[in-house]
Design a protein around this ligand. Structure first.
Ligand SMILES: *[C@@H]1O[C@H](CO)[C@@H](O)[C@H](O)[C@H]1NC(C)=O
Ligand SMILES: *[C@@H]1O[C@H](CO)[C@@H](O)[C@H](O)[C@H]1NC(C)=O
Ligand SMILES: *[C@@H]1O[C@H](CO)[C@@H](O)[C@H](O)[C@H]1NC(C)=O
Ligand SMILES: *[C@@H]1O[C@H](CO)[C@@H](O)[C@H](O)[C@H]1NC(C)=O
Ligand SMILES: *[C@@H]1O[C@H](CO)[C@@H](O)[C@H](O)[C@H]1NC(C)=O
Length: 429
């Protein structure tokens, strides 16, 4: 309609009308949004920062002693990444968060890893530098803020893939038989053979290649020279390989069911909290969760917004709960995977960018189980209590868990060691 009207106007008049229209609409939309949409609660879930590798492959010229604090530890670069994330959060939530640290306002949860605990603390250092009455030591721009964690063996929320789930193991087994997986491993057969031979393995598996990629990636970021066989082309292929190795854990095949057994568990808790906080004066403002690449990928897969790339160091999934002008609530998602640009808004498939809370709850529901233990049982054949025990040990958890248990340090590579893990599962029953 406007197009036709403008065609009859001279160019100057047309420009004038467009300008006037823009000023009017933009002005009123922004004015309204700023005046009426009110942030009430935020959950941020991030990956730890830059770290040392979690293991050395058999022919690795570098050993654990070559890293200042050994394997799997946050580096100073990682500390800086999280300090910067904290500064970003301070800026983004100015006027929402109290300038002073208020223990009722923020709750911080982390997995019980040095690197995630330290990442949370570095973020808090950037977010809550003390001022005025909160300075407890003159000249120190830091104050202690609690970071909570449960022992690794009891972690059932932030460490993925979650274990004790025969049905998930079965789904992974089935994933390994899908066309996507077979095509992928056929495409990268030469790469897998190369890694097996050069890295000194006796056989090859997706997680070995991922493990080697990870170690090489850490070394290259720290300017350590790589062996001659790791050409830029090989490294590119390893990087693509690692993205797929991560993606198959939560996606590619039966993503919704995988989500119900994995990321949906955490998503369910987050959705529950968003709903609980959907009141005019919620008793908390910021929930901070410090975790791993697999955690971020799992939650994104359960929201159906995973972009297929391993979440970079210190990348941050943001959930913002708003109170709208009419008193209803809505959720906006953002992904900060690059500190050089504004966080990417994410659209929950089937909803608008500002997704009404009840729609958010409805759309995510199929991805959330309210009885995981039951759904983890394998139908029919799994009735015998031997069922889960005859299956492969949970080596798909390898990379993240690599320093969970020293017997599993070389990411479940050695048969006898995975064997003893299985026995431990047995004796637990
Ligand atoms: C995995 O698949 C193989 C066949 O490819 C089968 O022999 C094995 O029992 C399966 N394991 C589980 C845990 O389902
Ligand atoms: C490979 O096999 C040889 C001979 O069986 C064994 O000595 C070696 O430890 C194995 N290497 C790995 C990485 O498992
Ligand atoms: C590696 O080298 C680059 C370029 O010289 C430098 O910017 C970076 O800080 C170095 N990284 C480490 C961890 O030393
Ligand atoms: C949900 O909120 C409660 C209360 O603040 C908190 O204890 C819990 O850790 C939160 N869970 C998640 C996943 O945010
Ligand atoms: C960050 O996420 C966006 C949106 O999914 C994607 O387009 C971009 O490539 C990602 N960047 C990095 C550095 O991972």
């Amino acid at each position: 309609m406007w197009g036709r009207f403008f065609r009859h106007c001279g160019p100057n008049l047309r420009t004038l009308y467009i300008t006037a229209l823009l000023v009017l609409t933009v002005g009123s939309v922004c004015g309204q949004a700023a005046a009426q949409r009110k942030l009430v609660y935020v959950t941020v879930l991030f990956r730890h920062g830059d770290r040392s590798p979690v293991f050395a492959y058999p022919t690795d010229p570098y050993k654990e002693e070559d890293w200042p604090q050994g394997f799997g530890q946050l580096s100073q670069e990682g500390m800086r990444q999280h300090y910067e994330l904290g500064q970003f959060l301070r800026k983004r939530y100015t006027g929402f968060l109290n300038k002073f640290y208020d223990r009722n306002e923020v709750l911080v949860l982390s997995t019980d890893y040095d690197r995630t605990l330290m990442s949370a603390q570095s973020t808090l250092a950037g977010l809550y530098p003390p001022s005025g009455r909160q300075i407890f030591m003159k000249g120190l721009k830091w104050q202690p803020i609690p970071v909570h964690a449960v022992p690794k063996s009891q972690e059932k929320l932030l460490l993925f893939p979650l274990g004790n789930c025969p049905r998930y193991q079965q789904l992974m087994n089935e994933t390994h038989q899908t066309q996507e997986f077979l095509t992928f491993t056929a495409t990268y057969k030469n790469l897998m053979d190369l890694v097996e031979k050069k890295a000194g393995f006796n056989k090859t598996e997706v997680n070995y290649v991922w493990g080697v990629q990870d170690t090489l990636f850490c070394q290259s970021l720290h300017n350590m020279s790589l062996p001659a066989w790791v050409t830029p082309d090989v490294m590119d292929k390893l990087n693509a390989f690692k993205d797929f190795a991560l993606e198959i854990l939560f996606g590619v095949y039966k993503q919704q069911e995988k989500s119900r057994l994995q990321g949906g568990i955490l998503l369910g808790e987050i959705v529950k909290n968003l709903s609980k906080m959907a009141v005019p004066k919620p008793n908390q403002k910021l929930m901070m969760l410090s975790s791993h690449d697999t955690t971020v990928a799992a939650i994104q897969a359960s929201l159906n917004v995973f972009n297929g790339q391993q979440p970079p160091y210190a990348s941050c999934q943001i959930f913002e709960l708003y109170r709208e002008a009419d008193g209803s609530y809505s959720v906006s998602l953002f992904y900060r995977n690059d500190s050089a640009v504004e966080p990417y808004p994410q659209q929950l498939p089937g909803c608008s960018l500002n997704c009404p809370l009840d729609e958010f709850v409805r759309i995510t529901k199929p991805f959330i189980s309210d009885d995981r233990d039951k759904e983890c049982q394998v139908p029919s054949e799994g009735t015998d209590s031997n069922g889960p025990l005859t299956q492969k040990p949970e080596c798909y958890t390898s990379r993240v868990h690599a320093n969970l248990d020293p017997s599993c340090r070389v990411i479940c590579l050695q048969k006898e060691k995975t064997g003893s893990r299985q026995k431990r599962h047995l004796s637990k029953q």
